[in-house]
Design a protein around this ligand. Structure first.
Ligand code: IFM
Length: 481
């Protein structure tokens, strides 16, 4: 694709970062190698009925051994940056104590190989694989886990801090807190009412403590990745609008307000009732730690959610969590839905970003740290994967992103989710988000049409802006080798 007015691709400014993202438990495999300890996901996957296809991340994409091949794919794709996550139980098998050198060695090799390929590493410190030993002593329900997260961060920063130019503390704390501890569809898979609120708070505290460690010990950019939802009332009735306000707090404000407005949401009592009546988990000074200044906020976006009021169905206040809110994942209008059943409405991406920028003026520059679609891909008789629906999804969302930027939202980067088909949590391997297909029998990688499309978009962007291709570029900032 040559640059020019006839180009079908959206325009992004010079210096904009394009990347691809993955996460440790979803791709690494090697679950029992080199001293890695068990995580809550290892435990959860072994509980009958938890994972749709009965699988686990034991082998996943075997990225732990095949990372050179995956970096070659990234280099050929032409991305500027690769977002991966570090498995805490590789670095500290029990979540505490001295680091496991072999675990850190893996990330050391990965970071060096990325830099050699001219790709800037973007490391996420927590993408849900909590060491099981920490869960056994309270997990994120207890304050000590936030402190241990900061200690783990210090070990990682001591080893990689000279070479990683971008750090993300947490991925999607909403999922850890509420999908994990209230809805019970992610590890640890419990339905605990107010404990989920303590989890949300301790995640934020751990984020703030880790940010301070990174700031003192590395020169890289620091941020946190959230998955704020675009929530829309099902009808214009007062009941549905009120339910949407409560859902806005439950999904979004619970994290955004402490991080970027220095406060807890003002409608907590309405949202959580007695669950939040006595938040003993909050200590004086915590908001200051949580609000430690950041260089970026990561936003993961996939689809809008429609909200309707629903009657309380759980009479037990100990386990009741906002059950008077019904989240509807289908869309009332005529739009396509992905293999996850998620509606494809790219304009809601623009709306989310402009709305966040308006409501949180102190929010730092945005990086879209995940966006993509699961599709029912097949290998065609010509041996290729013609995933036209995924291409249309990405094209629509990148145009929507460009629209948000044209309206003044400060967005600096975009990472497609995901580089590889991988372990999609409770869905196992049945849902494929990759722009590269993984054959789970042979572990062979096959770039899909969407990979070639994204590659052409990146080439078009470079041609327009005069940027360098991966492998040709300067060593990323902070690279001290
Ligand atoms: O696969 C997940 C990822 O781990 C977190 N964000 C959403 C993705 C798709 O469900």
């Amino acid at each position: 694709m040559t640059a020019g007015d006839s180009s079908p691709f959206p325009r992004f400014p010079a210096g904009f970062t394009f990347g691809a993202a993955t996460a440790s438990y979803q791709i690494e495999g090697a679950a029992h190698e080199d001293g890695r300890g068990p995580s809550i996901w290892d435990t959860y996957c072994r509980e009958p009925g938890r994972i749709a296809d009965g699988t686990s991340g034991d082998v996943a994409c075997d990225h732990y051994h095949r990372y050179p091949e995956d970096i070659a794919l990234l280099r050929d794709l032409g991305v500027d940056s690769y977002r991966f996550s570090i498995a805490w139980p590789r670095v500290q098998p029990t979540g505490d104590g001295p680091p496991n050198a072999a675990g850190l060695d893996f990330y050391d090799r990965l970071v060096d190989a990325l830099l050699d390929a001219g790709i800037a590493p973007a490391a996420t410190l927590y993408h849900w694989d909590l060491p099981q030993a920490l869960e056994d002593v309270g997990g994120w329900r207890v304050r000590a886990t936030a402190e241990r997260f900061a200690a783990y961060t210090a070990h990682v920063a001591a080893r990689l801090g000279d070479r990683v130019p971008r750090w993300i503390t947490l991925n999607e704390p909403f999922c850890t807190a509420f999908v994990g501890h209230a809805i019970g569809r992610h590890a640890p898979g419990t339905r605990e009412g107010s404990a989920a609120l303590a989890v949300a708070h301790h995640l934020l505290l751990g984020h703030g403590l880790a940010t301070r460690v990174l700031r003192e010990t590395t020169g890289g950019e620091i941020g946190v990745t959230l998955n704020p939802d675009r929530l829309l009332p099902a009808t214009d009735t007062p009941a549905d609008r009120a339910a949407t306000d409560r859902a806005e707090t439950l999904h979004n404000r619970v994290f955004l307000d402490p991080l970027f407005a220095g406060r807890y949401p003002d409608n907590e009592a309405d949202t959580w009732g007695e669950l939040a009546a006595d938040p003993t988990w909050r200590h004086d000074g915590d908001l200051d730690v949580i609000g430690t200044p950041l260089d970026l906020v990561g936003i993961n976006y996939y689809r809008p959610i429609t909200i309707a009021a629903a009657p309380h169905t759980d009479p037990d206040p100990a386990t009741r969590t906002a059950v008077d809110i019904r989240a509807i994942e289908t869309w009332q209008g005529d739009v396509r839905h992905t293999a996850m059943g998620w509606p494809v409405v790219p304009a809601t991406f623009t709306d989310l970003l402009t709305d966040l920028a308006r409501r949180y003026p102190a929010m730092p520059p945005v990086h879209i740290t995940e966006n993509g679609s699961a599709e029912d891909d097949t290998v065609a008789p010509d041996g290729q994967v013609h995933d036209a629906d995924r291409v249309a999804y990405l094209d629509g969302h990148l145009h929507a992103l460009a629209d948000a930027m044209a309206q003044g939202v400060d967005v600096r980067g975009y990472y497609v989710w995901s580089l590889l088909d991988n372990f999609e949590w409770g869905f196992g391997y049945a849902k494929r988000f990759g722009i590269v297909r993984v054959d789970y029998d042979t572990l062979e990688r096959l770039p899909k049409d969407s990979y070639h499309w994204y590659r052409a978009l990146l080439a078009d962007h470079r041609a327009r802006t005069g940027g360098a291709a991966a492998g040709d570029g300067p060593t990323p900032p902070g690279a001290g080798r």
